[in-house]
Design a binder for this molecule. Structure first.
Ligand code: NAP
Ligand code: ZN
Ligand code: ZN
Length: 358
């Protein structure tokens, strides 16, 4: 395994990491500079980092926007190792978390509304975004430490399953936010498409919100797990008879699929004025037939992660109900094999990197 050339940086600010150096290369050891904490910054030692399919899309440049080297990872739980002089909400030794965002303009209407992910100027992602402090791009959580403005750091409960909390920072909030926005609750029939990292959180959260939850999967062997996770019904989407039984019946369907698939088959299951919302971002976008929408006045929508206040709300919601992700822990040296398994839908249901391995 090759080591990517280090930047010329002072040794005290270096952090160990794993990076991709091109769309074709495997993830490999890397090292780079983090900034010293500024007055408003919190520095974390990263304990656990979840492995999101967006990491894989980015590493392989499937969204055609990756700058290399790329250090992914935006499901971060860690311990505070230093705070700047103006930090009020964290102290050294606290547990804390960082999700998909590390900055935004903070003044546009969306930032003012706590919806920083929709910042009109540009949100700064935890990885692969311009780093206004050091130049270059931001580097994510496949690393030993991170320095983030206090506003973008979340509190996590000071007990419990920290590895299972890490995936909440993306998979959790990305499903919680649309379920809340479309007011999913008691008396509603809600579909979740795909039982991966996002999908399994969608099932748990929609169930906790009181909806009747139907899970759609291409993997018949996930049926029992889906029921254990909170699905009231499971449909194998390749089986047309099973699909047809649900025609025109859903208030809301959340599609978490990471690859090309037929959206019109799901629109046909949405009832009048119901909504199909995409959170999955396949490399090749699926086509929508206008008549799938025109009949029954259906809505087709998308949703991006969640803002900082809602991410904290989601973490608190999960803590109160004991909801965490079902994780398979890996050492960082297994990340390339984990990506291959993720592509085969062979993960139950989120890989989490134990950063002690780095
Ligand atoms: P994941 O763990 O790999 O899960 C994706 C699931 O999709 C698989 O487990 C599989 O479920 C299903 N699937 C895979 N290939 C399929 C195919 N060819 N046809 C039908 N179903 C297929 O991925 P993830 O981390 O949950 O992420 C899912 C997607 O959401 C990715 O595209 C990711 O980039 C995106 N994402 C978006 C946001 C956002 O803010 N909108 C945030 C995070 C992630 P079954 O085996 O059950 O069929
Ligand atoms: Zn993610
Ligand atoms: Zn903004």
């Amino acid at each position: 395994m090759s080591t990517i050339a280090l930047q010329a940086i002072p040794a005290k600010t270096k952090t160990a990491a794993y990076a991709a150096s091109s769309a074709q290369s495997a993830m490999a050891p890397f090292s780079f500079a983090r900034r010293e904490p500024l007055p408003q910054d919190v520095q974390l030692e990263i304990l656990y980092c979840g492995v999101c399919h967006s990491d894989l899309h980015t590493v392989r440049n499937e969204w055609k926007n990756t700058t290399y080297p790329a250090v992914p990872g935006h499901e971060i739980v860690g311990r505070v190792t230093a705070v700047g002089s103006e930090v009020k909400r964290f102290k050294v030794g606290d547990l804390a978390a960082v999700g998909c965002l590390v900055d935004s303009c903070r003044t546009c209407p969306n930032c003012q509304a706590g919806l920083e992910q929709y910042c009109d100027v540009a949100f700064i992602g935890t990885y692969n975004s311009p780093d206004k402090h050091l130049g270059g791009m931001t580097y994510g959580g496949y690393s030993k430490s991170i320095v983030v403005d206090e506003y973008f750091v979340l509190h996590v409960p000071d007990k419990g399953n920290l590895a299972g909390i890490a995936p909440l920072l993306c998979a959790g909030i990305t499903t919680y936010s649309p379920l809340r926005h479309w007011k999913v609750g008691k008396g509603q029939k809600v579909g979740i498409v795909g039982l991966g990292g996002l999908g399994h959180m969608g099932v748990k959260l929609a169930n906790a919100m009181g909806a009747h939850v139907v899970l759609f999967t291409t993997s018949p062997n996930k049926k029992e797990d889906a029921q254990r996770l909170g699905a009231h019904e499971v449909v194998v989407s390749k089986n047309q008879n099973e699909m047809d039984r649900h025609a025109n019946s859903f208030d809301f369907i959340l599609d978490t699929v990471s690859a090309q698939h037929d959206l019109n088959a799901y629109l046909a299951l949405v009832k009048r004025d119901g909504t199909l919302t995409l959170v999955g971002g396949p490399e090749h976008p699926p086509a929508v037939e206008p008549f799938s929408l025109i009949f029954k006045r259906r809505r087709y929508a998308g949703s991006l992660i969640g803002g900082i206040p809602e991410t904290q709300e989601m973490l608190d919601f999960c803590a109160e109900r004991g909801i965490t992700a079902d994780v398979e822990m890996i050492p960082i040296q297994k990340i390339n094999a984990a990506y291959e398994r993720m592509l085969r839908s062979d993960v139950k249901y989120r890989f989490v990197i134990d950063m002690a391995s780095l």
